[in-house]
Design a protein around this ligand. Structure first.
Ligand code: LMR
Length: 402
């Protein structure tokens, strides 16, 4: 029998599969609110001006396409660490942090998972309920058992603080807990500083290992405030992992530009751990793609480009915030009696709308509006051109039966 003859097609990816279906949809009024990709008010996902300027510099100055080292270029790693923790952070001074340039944040999660599997083969990985659809796949593919801890309180459209803290208090030592540093995907509900400190205390007391997913720095409040959850944990635990990404805050989606950083208790432990991480990377993809990392390094090395980039990140954030407000107003204007004001306090690209799966299916089938199952809306896909159509369709979907 042939190898592939018995196969039936795998189900489409919960998020990226939606984009493919959207592309194939011929209705001109269609709207893609699925994948977390930023769009401006014209519905474009532009290359940032600071990124274009850096690419021009690179076109002139890049002198080789030879391999990067397994962990990537030293300058890139330094910039990643400073963005994550802030320049001059004591953990950086103590050389307890090591960073590898990885193909996107997903690559960072996956190599981190692979290293953890070698170190803690029997651990369970705890994910927030709900979480980004790919987290489960990544940790399961690395061979882990996966459990969830309560996170979202659907009734109050906020954090289920008591449920989360009780569950994290009960996580066994040496297990791994995945936490979203900011702009929680899919809910947009983040922890306060005090809640982060409490999580850090639990991690330290219970001796589980935090694995932080930090894909939206700058899209929540600002670059500094968005890192405070990470800082709270770095202050309290000896070891942790951070997977970070420049897909959203540099708009480098297809350049696959991310990182895995690990923090160890001492510099020598960090050096040893990093050598094992390099071995893990070598057998997975050998070494990272260079272009996105060079762009980030070029922008962050140049004070004027850096300033321009920070302003561009602020523009993205502000547009998302204004779209949130416009959506709330638009629904109210259409007499939708459910209170949607929570959309304005959620952070980042996503809003957990509370739409049921059948409402999501109605919007896709009848209206050509693509939303991830579970009701996650990418608010950055809403424009002044599609807002009215969207609000009309949402009002219709939400209309009580009868
Ligand atoms: C998302 O959640 O939509 C993004 O992180 C893109 C992806 O890879 O799923």
């Amino acid at each position: 029998m042939n190898l592939f003859d018995t196969l039936t097609p795998a189900p489409p990816d919960a998020i990226l599969g939606l984009t493919e279906a959207f592309k194939a949809d011929e209705r001109p009024e269609k709207i893609n609110l699925g994948v977390g990709v930023y769009q401006d008010d014209q519905g474009r996902t532009p290359v940032m001006a600071s990124v274009k300027a850096a690419e021009k510099v690179l076109l002139e100055t890049e002198s080789s396409k030879s391999y990067l080292s397994i962990g990537g270029a030293p300058d890139y790693k330094t910039h990643v660490q400073r963005l994550l923790l802030g320049e001059g952070h004591p953990a950086l001074h103590a050389e307890r942090v090591r960073t590898a340039h990885t193909p996107g944040g997903t690559g960072g999660l996956r190599v981190g998972a692979e290293l953890l599997k070698q170190l803690r083969p029997d651990a369970t990985v705890w994910l927030s309920d709900p979480t980004w659809a790919n987290h489960r796949g990544i940790f399961t593919a690395a061979g882990f058992r996966v459990e969830v801890y309560p996170y979202y309180d659907a009734a109050h459209k906020g954090l289920n603080e008591a449920g989360m803290m009780t569950a994290l208090d009960g996580v066994p030592a040496d297990d791994i807990v995945l936490l979203h540093v900011c702009c929680h995907n899919p809910t947009g509900v983040d922890l306060t500083e005090a809640q982060w400190s409490a999580v850090g205390r639990l991690a330290a007391d219970r001796r589980w290992t935090p694995f932080l997913d930090f894909a939206y720095q700058g899209l929540g409040v600002d670059l500094e405030t968005d890192r405070r959850g990470l800082l709270a944990l770095v202050d309290q635990v000896p070891e942790l992992f951070v997977a970070s990404s420049f897909s959203k805050n540099f708009g480098l989606y297809r350049e696959r530009t991310g990182a895995l950083s690990l923090m160890a208790a001492t510099a020598s432990a960090a050096t040893a751990a990093f050598s094992h991480l390099e071995k893990t990377i070598r057998v997975l993809y050998s070494n990272p793609p260079a272009h996105g990392g060079l762009i980030v390094t070029t922008v962050l090395n140049d004070p004027a480009l850096r300033e321009q980039w920070e302003a561009e990140v602020a523009t993205i954030r502000e547009r998302i915030q204004s779209v949130r407000s416009a959506l709330v107003v638009g629904l109210k204007e259409r007499g939708v009696d459910r209170d949607f004001s929570f959309i304005e306090s959620q952070k980042g690209m996503f809003s957990f709308s509370g739409l049921t799966d059948s409402q999501v299916a109605f919007l896709r089938e009848q209206k050509g509006i693509y939303i991830v199952k579970g009701g996650r809306i990418n608010v950055a896909g809403i424009t002044s051109g599609n807002l009215d159509y969207l609000c009309d369709a949402l009002a219709e979907a939400l209309k009580p039966a009868g």
